[in-house]
Design a protein. Structure first.
Length: 561
């Protein structure tokens, strides 16, 4: 295969990486803990945790989990927001020889039940704010051991007690719950598990790069979510690929261990998870933002100290731009504004660069690829409108329905191969048979075009395509055009049944200016879109349904929600 994209690589970026320099992800973690013991790992609400503390706490929790008699490779669910307990738990599970199952804390009882049953999780570490959801589902799951965390557990004794009290009794964010204790089920407070584990020994576990590290569940946007099987090799490869790509932008810091990465996206999501593991590899620190939806408080966090790496989805960049206090933030040390998780908007990118002086760099990846796939060069001075080049060690092919690779410039399904790509979906043989091509590429469901430089542009999701009178219409194209209309904050396009055309286009729009009318939008569309791409219906809304990461849920709009 002609990897013509390598000719477009920035100077100093290697063409490949070697996951074999580590025996396992555990080795990578423990080497960093020892080397950086005195360095800060994270800050949350101005309470700091060092790498040495992360080492001690995760060792204790890992030993406690082993004392429960969990079988080797057992699945342990983690249902936590961006609080210090997350990294402690993740590291503990990996070091103890188990498999992490990350869970969205905002899941309903039905969604949680499915994931716990599908993964076979026998233990869960959960914030008490979400225990009521677990209480509804637990008796129909294999979970036997519950570790119950409180918000202030790792925020210092007095401040932690105050924060837990405030969350429980003032903000009333802990709904009543009662967990059944039948069938030998146990519930242990997080700090009690740490205290008990401190007197125990974490037993070494034989792990290789082929051991399973994570079952990372997909968003389930087309049905029940599936667990992507990610091995230690997959995760280590993704860390090294991200390191190779991002390091050039951080050279002006001097020492990458001084990097302050903003962790506002949820750590249970693969995008933020991979970048947090990269910080560990560097010995850098994370600024944890438990609730980035409170944009005012998020901005106050950004004002505390210089920050260098800001990963976000387009909707979060947009929300920051709309807040009047953004202009009070010092962006002079920001090296990378990394956009991912959903398509980035040209209008948002333009406004972000104007406001901060830092270009939005768009990348693309999936849960199935450890969030790594393609990325624009991090030294870019302007928004490219593409998802960039394949990262080191990755091959991208544009294929037709039969799995044949298409020439440069033709549109087809983006397919990916590399050491970061999952082994398959957990207990899904039928899905796995369809997930890979005969020559070993994983089908992504994204339709794209690669140019002669190796840059890929996503046209749209295969399943989101709208068929109007026999013409293919891609919602992302419409959304990118309409988002540039003066007075539009964000929008989403979907297909709705139509007797004459098969499908008609409906666009949902959130206004920036109250004076914007349907006629204004139709005039703009007629000026910028060919006839069959012009929406038949326009609906104004105060907001659009989104995942917890900020990705717009077109399926809910199609369903009339």
């Amino acid at each position: 295969m002609d990897k013509h994209w390598l000719r477009s690589y920035p100077e100093g970026v290697p063409h490949d990486i070697d996951p074999g320099q580590y025996r396992s992800l555990t080795q990578l973690l423990e080497e960093s803990f020892r080397k950086n013991a005195a360095r800060p790992f994270s800050v949350c609400m101005e309470r700091w945790m060092s790498y040495g503390q992360l080492d001690d706490l995760s060792r204790a929790l890992g030993a406690w989990l082993q004392s429960r008699g969990l079988e080797p490779g057992a699945r342990v669910a983690i249902m936590l927001p961006n609080v210090p307990q997350f990294a402690v738990t993740m590291a503990a599970v990996i070091r103890a020889g188990y498999t992490c199952v990350n869970v969205n804390p905002l899941y309903t009882a039905r969604e949680l039940e499915h994931q716990l049953k599908d993964s076979g999780a026998t233990a869960i570490v959960i914030l008490e704010n979400f225990a009521h959801t677990l209480a509804e589902a637990i008796e129909r799951t294999p979970v036997k051991h519950v570790v119950m965390a409180s918000f202030g557990d790792l925020l210092g004794f007095w401040y932690g007690m105050w924060m837990t009290f405030a969350v429980r009794h003032l903000a009333k964010l802990v709904p009543p719950y009662q967990l059944p204790l039948s069938d030998g089920r146990t519930v242990t407070p997080f700090n009690r598990a740490i205290a008990d584990g401190t007197g125990m020994t974490l037993k070494p576990v034989e792990q290789t790069l082929d051991s399973v590290a994570f079952l990372q569940y997909t968003g389930g946007t087309t049905g029940l979510s599936k667990g992507a099987v990610l091995t230690h090799r997959n995760i280590v490869a993704a860390i090294l690929q991200a390191e190779a790509w991002f390091t050039p932008a951080l050279k002006r810091i001097g020492d990458v261990s001084r990097t302050n990465s903003i962790a506002a996206l949820p750590l249970y999501h693969i995008f933020a998870l991979t970048l947090s593991l990269l910080a560990i590899r560097w010995g850098a620190h994370l600024t944890l933002v438990p609730n980035p939806r409170d944009i005012g408080k998020f901005i106050e966090v950004l004002k505390k100290r210089p920050f260098h790496l800001l990963p976000a989805v387009n909707t979060l960049f947009n929300a920051l731009l709309l807040h009047p206090q953004l202009k009070t933030v010092d962006f002079s040390q920001l090296c990378v504004s990394q956009a991912g998780g959903m398509a980035a908007s040209e209008s948002t990118a333009r406004d972000w660069q104007r406001a901060t002086g830092c270009a939005m760099v768009e990348g693309w990846g999936m849960s199935e690829t450890c969030a790594i796939g393609t990325n624009n060069p991090v030294m870019a001075q302007e928004f490219s409108g593409t998802i960039g080049l394949p990262l080191p060690g990755i091959e991208i092919a544009i294929k037709d329905e039969d799995g044949r690779s298409l020439p440069v410039g033709e549109s087809g399904e983006i397919c990916i191969k590399g050491p970061n790509v999952m082994q398959g979906y957990y207990n899904q043989p039928a899905e796995n048979a369809n997930a890979f091509t005969a020559d070993g590429f994983m089908r992504t469901g994204d339709i794209g075009i690669m140019d002669k430089r190796g840059y890929t542009k996503i046209v749209d999701r295969k399943k989101d395509m709208i068929l109007v009178s026999g013409f293919n219409v891609f919602p992302t194209e419409l959304e990118n055009v309409i988002a540039n209309c003066p007075g539009v904050v964000e929008c989403a396009a979907v297909g709705v049944p139509d007797e004459k055309q098969g499908e008609a286009i409906k666009v949902f729009v959130v206004k920036k200016e109250t004076t914007l009318t349907e006629d204004d939008l139709w005039r703009y569309c007629r000026d910028n879109l060919t006839g069959y791409k012009i929406p038949k219906y326009i609906e104004f809304r105060d907001d659009l349904p989104k995942t917890n990461v900020g990705k717009i849920l077109r399926r809910e709009l199609r369903a009339g929600k």
